[in-house]
Design a protein around this ligand. Sequence first.
Ligand code: NAP
Length: 297
Amino acid sequence: MQINLKGMGIAVLGGDARSLVILEELAASGAAVNAAGLPADILPAGVNYFSEPEACLGSVSAVILPVPGVNDKGQLYCPMTLKPLAFTRELAACFPPGIPIFTGVAGPYLAKLAAVSGLRLIELMKLNEVAILNSIPTAEGAVQMAMEMLPITIHGSRAFVLGFGRTGATLARLLGVMGARTMVAARRPEYLARITELNLTPVPFARLSHYLGEADVIFNTVPVPVLTGEVLDKVPPGTLIIDLASAPGGVDFQRAASIGVKAVPAPGLPGKVAPKTAGRILAKVIIGLLYEETAGN
Ligand code: NAP
C-alpha cells in the first residue's frame, strides 16, 4: 500500500544515487519535495530544485540529509555536484524547529552541531529495520569484491567472517549457501549456537588468532580495531582481508601491507553496488516514520 504524504513539505539536501530514489518515492507519495545539493537536470519529475539549501527549508516538515551525513570539515556529502555544500550553524538555524532530520549515521561534526542547534536527528543506520535490510546489498557487495580479488571461486574457498551482528550474519549465511567453508567469530554463546545451527563453523572471538591462518579471505564486520599488529602476524601472506567496518575500521592496513597481506577497506557498499535497492530501503522507512509523525498529530 502506498502511504500518502500529500501536502507534506520535505527537503532533501545533497546525497548520491540513493537520494534520487528517495526523492522519487517521496514525490510518488504526494509530498511536496524540494532538493538542493543535487544536479537540477537529474532530479525526478515533480521535485523542486533550489541552488541554495536555505531557500528550500521554509515550510518543510522534515529534512533528509545524505547517508554519510557531514564530514569533519562541515561539508555535506554531495558527490554529484561540483560545489561542496557547507553545513553551518547558520544553515541549521533555517530548519523549522522540532522537525525530524534524517541521516545515516551522524559523525562527530553533525552530532555536535545538532546538539548545539537543537536539531532532532534520526540516524537511520541505527534502526534495525534499516540495518538488517541494508546488510543484503552490503553482503552482496562484499562477496562481489572477494570474487573480483580472489583467484579462486567462493565455492570451496575458506572464508572467515569476524562478527555476527546484522552485517556479519547476512554475509556468513550468503557465503555458506554459496559453498564457502565459512568460519564465523563471535563473542556471545547464543551467536555461536546460531552459527552452528546454520551449519557454519563457530569460532569464539577469544580464539580468533588460532584460526586466522586457515582462511583464504577474511571479512571484518567488527567496528573496533581487531586485526591489529600482533593479530595480523597470524595471517599468512596472500590472504585477502575485506574490512566492512565503518571508519576508522578494524584493520591496521599499513601493517597488513608490510607482511604481504592484501587488506582493503570496503565502505559504503550498498550505495555503490545497489543504490536503487539501498535508496528504496531508506525511502520506505523514512516514509513510514513520517506517516507515523502525521498520524500522531
Ligand atoms: P552490529 O549489528 O552492531 O554488529 C557488530 C558485531 O561486532 C557484533 O557481532 C558485535 O558483537 C561485534 N563486536 C563489537 N565490538 C566487538 C569487540 N570489541 N570484540 C568482538 N566483537 C565485537 O553492526 P552491523 O550493523 O553489523 O555493522 C558492522 C559494521 O559494519 C559497522 O561499523 C557498520 O557501520 C558497518 N557497515 C558497513 C557497511 C559497508 O558498506 N561497508 C554497510 C553496513 C554497515 P556483540 O554482539 O558481542 O557486541
